[in-house]
Design a protein around this ligand. Structure first.
Ligand code: NAP
Length: 238
């Protein structure tokens, strides 16, 4: 098959958790996958699959766009049908007194600016796909509506995480405003998933979350671009 005809997926934070599961699910569905990792997975067999190319990409680095563009060219991924921005960090500090400003800046850089850099790098290849989708992994905790209504009783989440996810949500809205309908851009809360950063109420596996995410990328109607939702179709307030 000519390289232009092979559908492609790019996923960040792919060394484990949801990102690795997306890479595995995508290759099972016939995509060519660029799995971007900060450092090699603890268990290398997780991504050791035909059709998955692993590349080092620290999303906070200024030159990461160049690194990703080069990796796409080297691995002959000429079109990106789905970009999943899954890289994320969780930092402590659920009160103002316990919050480190440096942690807030780092979290913004990973969740929001990192997703911006990777989307910039992938845009030419996204525009070569017939019906591309960008899924930004957000969180229910990035909802301004939820926070201003008092949050979820008994669930404490750091300032850094909530601020970074809210900023990433604005990135999603900006990208939607510029790129839709050609590119669908969605803010996706993946649910409560049993990963390294799993919340206490985690109730689904990374593999299940990955199936939902790729179903969403493949099937979401254009009108869902610019929306904030948990798959399959639970729409959240910004
Ligand atoms: N699990 C949940 O229930 C849940 C709920 C809502 C939203 N989310 C979001 O879903 C996404 C995936 O989370 P997860 O649960 O799969 O957690 P995870 O297993 O901790 O995965 C996060 C990945 O991001 C990578 N990463 C962190 N900083 C990075 C950087 N600067 N550059 C590149 N990669 C970086 C991590 O790499 P290292 O291993 O090297 O640190 C890790 O592989 C995150 O954005 C998270 O906020 C998760």
């Amino acid at each position: 098959m000519p390289a232009d005809d092979i559908p492609g997926v790019v996923v960040t934070g792919a060394a484990g958790g949801i990102g690795a599961a997306v890479a595995r699910e995508a290759v099972a569905r016939g995509y060519r996958v660029l799995a971007l990792v900060r450092q090699p997975p603890a268990d290398p067999s997780v991504l050791d699959l035909p059709g998955v190319r692993v590349s080092a990409a620290e999303v906070t680095r200024q030159d990461v766009s160049y690194v990703v563009a080069r990796a796409l060219a080297e691995f002959e991924i000429s079109r990106v049908d789905v970009l999943v921005n899954a890289a994320g960090v969780v930092r402590h500090g659920t009160t103002l007194a316990a919050t480190s400003a440096d942690n807030v800046v780092e979290s913004l850089n990973v969740h929001c600016v990192g997703a911006l850099r990777i989307t910039q790098a992938c845009l030419p290849a996204l525009l070569r796909a017939p019906r591309p989708a960008v899924l930004n992994m957000t969180s229910r905790h990035g909802s301004l509506a939820l926070a201003s209504a008092g949050g979820i009783p008994g669930v404490e989440v750091s300032y850094a995480y909530r601020i970074a996810k809210a900023a990433q949500n604005m990135l999603t809205a900006c990208l939607h405003q510029e790129l839709a309908p050609r590119v669908r851009v969605l803010a996706v809360h993946p649910g409560q998933v049993s990963t390294a950063i799993a919340p206490a109420d985690a109730d689904r596996s990374p593999a299940e979350a990955a199936r939902h995410l790729l179903d969403l990328a493949e099937n979401a109607p254009q009108e869902w671009s610019g929306r904030f939702l948990e798959p399959p179709a639970n729409f959240l307030k910004w």
